[in-house]
Write a protein that binds this ligand. Structure first.
Ligand code: PGA
Length: 271
């Protein structure tokens, strides 16, 4: 596991975007797993910049998003019909700015009339695409990946879940309040890839910033593997793992000096 600590949000975002861009350049038809939330916004902006200024080409890239609220959605043919769905978020923050093909974008359908069947279908689509090459992940303050709230099985698959009070509060503050949507009107359920689904990605890229994430980042990376901090399953992943943190999010890591030392050594030896 590579733990990379950067000075601030901007540096964290640039580093993460570089990792994604390297995958896209090396394998133009790669499959990316994408995440929503405040954390990846800077990473997406940097990818958009690379697309515009450096010609980073997404024309053969396929994407699968982690999750979506149940009961909301967006018709990408009518992109100005705005709502607070993650589909809208992805469209606004990334997809409308790059040359990705609409048919290569996958986001759980929050408007599905048969959520359980849809979840199975979503898993099948990931398999059909050949699996995920690189999964981008944030981390919730309750330690979740996607909407895998505390208590989710570490082997869980894509399914419908109920959101915790903390997640509802965090997402209300980050998104719904600005859109003048009351907390009681927010969706209380979501579709999420499971932890088992996420662990099948060949590579994982987790990002976190800010002092508010310091405790949970330390629990995730250095605490016991537990379904109470579902992202702690990162410790079980067998592929490539990169965790990129700003220095505030990294501030409670016990082995921080060692992680910095490893990074310096790898740089020195070109590893
Ligand atoms: P945030 O959410 O990026 O808005 O902090 C992260 C997450 O819930 O995964």
């Amino acid at each position: 596991m590579d733990i990379i600590i950067r000075e601030n949000y901007e540096q964290m975002s640039k580093y993460a975007a570089q990792i994604i861009a390297n995958v896209v350049r090396t394998k133009p038809n790669c499959v990316l797993g994408l995440a929503t939330g405040s954390t990846p916004i800077g990473t997406y902006r940097e990818l958009v910049r690379m697309h515009r200024e450096e010609g980073l080409d997404f024309s053969e890239v396929t994407t699968f998003n982690l999750d979506e609220y149940l009961g909301v959605g967006i018709d990408l043919d009518k992109p100005y019909h705005l709502d607070q769905s993650y589909a809208r978020f992805m469209y606004e923050e990334l997809f409308k700015h790059i040359n990705i093909k609409k048919e290569n974008i996958h986001i759980p359908d929050g408007l599905t009339t048969n959520p359980n069947e849809h979840c199975k279908w979503y898993e099948e689509q990931i398999k059909k695409a050949g699996g995920i090459d690189l999964q981008l992940l944030g981390i919730g303050r309750d330690g979740h990946w996607g909407f895998n709230e505390p208590g989710s099985s570490l082997g869980s698959r894509t399914r419908v879940v109920a959101l915790t009070e903390q997640t509802l509060n965090d997402n209300y503050e980050a998104f719904y309040k600005k859109a003048n949507i009351s907390r009681s009107e927010m969706p209380h359920f979501a579709i999420t890839m499971g932890i088992g689904t996420i662990l099948e990605a060949r590579n994982i890229l987790m990002i976190a910033n800010g002092a508010g994430k310091a405790d949970v980042v330390a629990k995730c990376l250095e605490g016991p593997v537990t379904s109470q901090i579902t992202s702690s399953a990162i410790q079980l992943h067998s592929g490539g793992i990169t965790v990129v943190l700003d220095k505030e999010a990294a501030s409670k890591l016990k082995n921080i000096d060692y992680y910095r030392h490893v990074e310096t050594l790898k740089h020195q030896y070109g590893l």
